[in-house]
Structure formats: structure tokens, C-alpha cells
Design a protein around this ligand. Structure first.
Ligand code: NAP
Length: 255
């Protein structure tokens, strides 16, 4: 493979990974990084077409990947993706629950649908995918589950009551599932990105970005690769004694 994205080198040969939200931003960087370190990657987005570019990039680099479309929060659709991955590759070793949305507004103006949509995608999506993957991981007595939370789930953020609740919920989910399956050598961790340059943050005004930067001791907005490299480490053999943890990757915002 040429033109590496990941700055770490780990051995994921024979591993099969599922990455939700792999069409762009953080999820795409994670999918590419896992693939260039040897994993076969099931790339998931709202439709297979939307994730086709990620799959094409992985294949162009000499890796193996397949595109899957589903709404992560819909049980039948998510389960069908996991079943198809098991059918194709016979196993699933690494699950990265990354798909996420925002519906930002102050609490007084927050509609029921703003709340429900965010919880459904960000929290229920992770639950449904994790439940579908846990048995195959238990059978192999090996697994890595990495949930993409947020600093908003750790310290809150005005305008994001729904999003913060979903991301804090992911942390509780991570801690519990880690305890439930540690004996099966399945580790479950979360990363909590700070302010990362993606489509999700591109919609924010220059003023908000300037203000956000002031709160980042490392004095720069994060790059999707900053998150991908942390996920890559947590997915590796070397991270086998880490479980139930939340790793902030935020330039020091929550330090
Ligand atoms: P993004 O650029 O907006 O990408 C979101 C991804 O999620 C896309 O691949 C999208 O697929 C997928 N997705 C959304 N809803 C879905 C659904 N219902 N079913 C299946 N896939 C769905 O976001 P990002 O900035 O890379 O964020 C990735 C994760 O990091 C999210 O969980 C986000 O909350 C978290 N995070 C981001 C930041 C940041 O500053 N960017 C900070 C903290 C945490 P489509 O292309 O098909 O829509």
C-alpha cells in the first residue's frame, strides 16, 4: 500500500472490522486506517452508494472492503448488515460505532424529533450494532468495540442537550458492556473527540470556530486522523489490557 493515512503501524491481518458512518469525516479516516493495517473493513453509511468512495479508496490502496447501507438505529437493517458481514468474511473482530448526527438548538426550542433522531442514531445505533456483534466476538473469545463519543458527553455543550445526552449515554453503555464481556476478552472503549474538522463542524460559523479554538490548549482544530489513530491503537493487540475507558482526543480541551 502507498500513501499511508495512519501514523501508527499495527497488525490487523485476518481481522474483520465494521465501521459505521464510514462515508466521510472521522469514520472514513478510521476505515482507511484499519484497512491499511490489514483489516478487512465493512464500511457502513445510510446507503451503500454513499460509502462507495471509501471502499474504492481502500481497494486502490490494496486493501479489502465492502459497502453496506443501513439506518444504524433500525434493528432489522443493522442486523442485516452484521449478518451479511458474517456471511462474507465469517467473523467480526472490531466494531467502531461512529455514525452520528447533530440537531443543535437550545433546550426551549428542541423538538421531540430533534431529541428522538439524535438518540436513535447516536445511541440506539451503537446498541443495536454491538448486540448483533457480541455473539460472534464471544465465539472467537476476542473483540474490540470502540464507541465514538464526544467531549459534549463529558462536559456538555450549550445547544446540544440531545447530542450530549446521547454521547454521555454511550459512555455508560461502554462501561457496562466492558464489564459484561471482559471475561470473553472483548474490550469496549470510547473515544471522545473535541473539535474536529469534518462536515459536522463545517456548518458552524467562523465566530463559533474562533471561540472553540480559544478553548483548545494545543491551539488547533483536530483532524479526523487524530481520532483514527487513537481508534487504531484501541483496536490493536497492544491495547488488550484497556477496557471501559474513555479517551479524550481533544487537544487538551478537557484537561
Ligand atoms: P459527519 O462528517 O457528519 O459524518 C457522519 C457519518 O455518519 C456519515 O458517514 C453518515 O453517513 C453517517 N450516518 C449518520 N446518520 C446515520 C444513520 N442513521 N445510519 C447510518 N449512518 C449514518 O460526522 P463526523 O464529524 O465525521 O463525526 C463522526 C462521529 O464523531 C459522530 O459520532 C460524531 O458525533 C463524533 N464527533 C465528531 C466531532 C467533530 O468535531 N466532528 C466531535 C466529537 C464527536 P451518510 O454520509 O450516509 O449521511
Amino acid at each position: 500500500m502507498s500513501e499511508r493515512h495512519s501514523r501508527l503501524t499495527v497488525d490487523l491481518a485476518e481481522r474483520v472490522a465494521i465501521v459505521t458512518g464510514a462515508s466521510r469525516g472521522i469514520g472514513k479516516a478510521i476505515a482507511l486506517s484499519l484497512a491499511e493495517n490489514g483489516a478487512k473493513v465493512a464500511c457502513v453509511a445510510t446507503s451503500a452508494e454513499r460509502v462507495a468512495d471509501t471502499v474504492a479508496e481502500i481497494r486502490a490502496l490494496g486493501g479489502e472492503a465492502e459497502a453496506f447501507g443501513c439506518n444504524v438505529g433500525v434493528t432489522e437493517e443493522a442486523t442485516a448488515v452484521v449478518d451479511a458481514v458474517l456471511e462474507k468474511w465469517g467473523r467480526v473482530d472490531i466494531l467502531v460505532n461512529n455514525a452520528g448526527i447533530t440537531r443543535d438548538t437550545m433546550l426551549a426550542n428542541m423538538k421531540d424529533s430533534d431529541w428522538d433522531d439524535v438518540i436513535q442514531t447516536n445511541l440506539r445505533g451503537a446498541f443495536v450494532f454491538t448486540r448483533a456483534c457480541i455473539m460472534p466476538m464471544m465465539q472467537k473469545r476476542w473483540g474490540r468495540i470502540i464507541n465514538v463519543s464526544s467531549v459534549s458527553g463529558l462536559i456538555g455543550n450549550p445547544g446540544q442537550a440531545n447530542y450530549s445526552a446521547s454521547k454521555a449515554g454511550l459512555i455508560g453503555f461502554t462501561n457496562t458492556v466492558a464489564r459484561e464481556y471482559a471475561k470473553r476478552k472483548i474490550t469496549v472503549n470510547a473515544v471522545a473527540p473535541g473539535f474536529i474538522s469534518t462536515d459536522m463542524t463545517a456548518v458552524l460559523s467562523d465566530m463559533i470556530i474562533t471561540e472553540a479554538k480559544k478553548r483548545i490548549p494545543l491551539n488547533r482544530v483536530g483532524d479526523p486522523q487524530d481520532i483514527a489513530d487513537t481508534v487504531l491503537f484501541l483496536a490493536s493487540e497492544g491495547a488488550g489490557y484497556i477496557t471501559g475507558q474513555v479517551v479524550p482526543v481533544d487537544g487538551g480541551m478537557t484537561a
